[in-house]
Design a binder for this molecule. Structure first.
Ligand SMILES: [Fe+2]
Length: 328
């Protein structure tokens, strides 16, 4: 069998082609992936959707980000290449809840609604859905073999994104300034909150090389697994380091309490913002993250920041795509 190049379909992107020999691959958490293929003409395409529909006041409108606008664009790519809808078959994946689920889960609301809209649009265009694996609790990859039309949906740990892609790291200007915490402090806290992992990783690789893989399968929380294995969590190690290096109180609090912001003594807004950002990245960004953030307290976190669940799509919409697509 000859070599096939894997092309990563990043969040908020779609791609279609005819007689391509590539494999298209999307890495999906709460995001939704839709793969279409016309075996008659060998036209294939995939879209990686972040949100159900545009919010009206979106800054830079990118129709590929939304189920309601992106899927018709993908179908039009097929029509433009001569495909008839009855020859196009669809596979849907993603829309996962990712991690512990609360009654107010973000994934339930956003991933589930994206999947509903996708199915309705495909039905309206008489495109048959031959496979649909949405919901669930794990991040997955959706692959489309553009040569044969075969698709595969696998747990993310079975495979990693294979293609090399240039990613521009987010800058301070990418931060949505809400006034709830100083932007430069929030940026630094976002960069350094998991610094304890850098230290623990050296020990985890020797003691438990399959820890991360097992965490993807089991329901145990990341912190309790660290505690059991090493007797200490990355939050505690990070806090020691922050003290030793004389980090500011705000930064130290974010490092120590970013999994349990309610324990923060001061700089509460900053720590809650880091927690919320971590939670949203776990659900929406396309890299690995197995921290299994506790979402039971999400309503409390949102309330503290003066937000509601209804504000989340707007935050996701305002997040630059390069932030969503960092594969770290
Ligand atoms: Fe963490």
């Amino acid at each position: 069998m000859s070599y096939q190049k894997t092309e990563h379909i990043a969040a908020g992107c779609l791609k279609a082609d005819i007689r391509s020999s590539s494999i298209y691959q999307a890495y999906l958490g709460t995001c939704l992936g839709v793969a279409l293929y016309d075996t008659t003409l060998k036209v294939g395409g995939m879209i990686h959707i972040l949100l159900p529909e545009p919010l009206g006041n979106a800054g830079a409108h990118i129709p590929e980000k939304y189920a309601s606008t992106g899927i018709p664009m993908l179908i039009n790519q097929f029509i433009g290449r001569g495909s008839s809808p009855q020859n196009i078959k669809a596979v849907i994946a993603g829309g996962a809840l990712v991690g512990p689920v609360s009654h107010q889960d973000i994934g339930l609301d956003i991933g589930g609604r994206s999947a509903d809209i996708a199915r309705k649009i495909l039905q309206r265009h008489n495109i048959e859905v031959i496979k649909s694996e949405t919901g669930g609790f794990f991040i997955c990859t959706l692959e489309l073999n553009m040569r044969t039309g075969e698709t595969a949906i696998n747990p993310a740990w079975e495979d990693v994104c294979k293609s090399q892609q240039e990613i521009t790291p987010p800058t301070l200007d990418d931060i949505k300034k809400t006034g709830r915490a100083p932007a430069n402090k929030a940026y630094t806290a976002g960069l350094l909150h998991d610094i304890g992992k850098v230290i623990l990783d050296q020990y985890i690789s020797n003691r438990a090389p399959l820890l991360f893989r097992n965490l993807s399968i089991e329901t145990e929380s990341f912190l309790s697994a660290e505690k059991k294995l090493l007797g200490i969590t990355h939050c505690e190690v990070g806090a020691f380091l922050a003290k030793k290096w004389q980090f500011s109180s705000a930064l130290s609090q974010a490092i120590r309490h970013h999994h349990h912001p309610e324990k923060t003594e001061d700089n509460k807004n900053l720590v809650y913002i880091v927690y919320l950002a971590d939670l949203l990245m776990e659900k929406f960004h396309t890299g690995h993250d197995l921290e299994k953030m506790q979402t039971q307290s999400i309503s409390h976190v949102l309330a503290h920041l003066g937000l509601t669940l209804a504000d989340i799509p707007e935050i996701i919409d305002a997040t630059p795509l390069n932030v969503m697509n960092t594969n770290e």
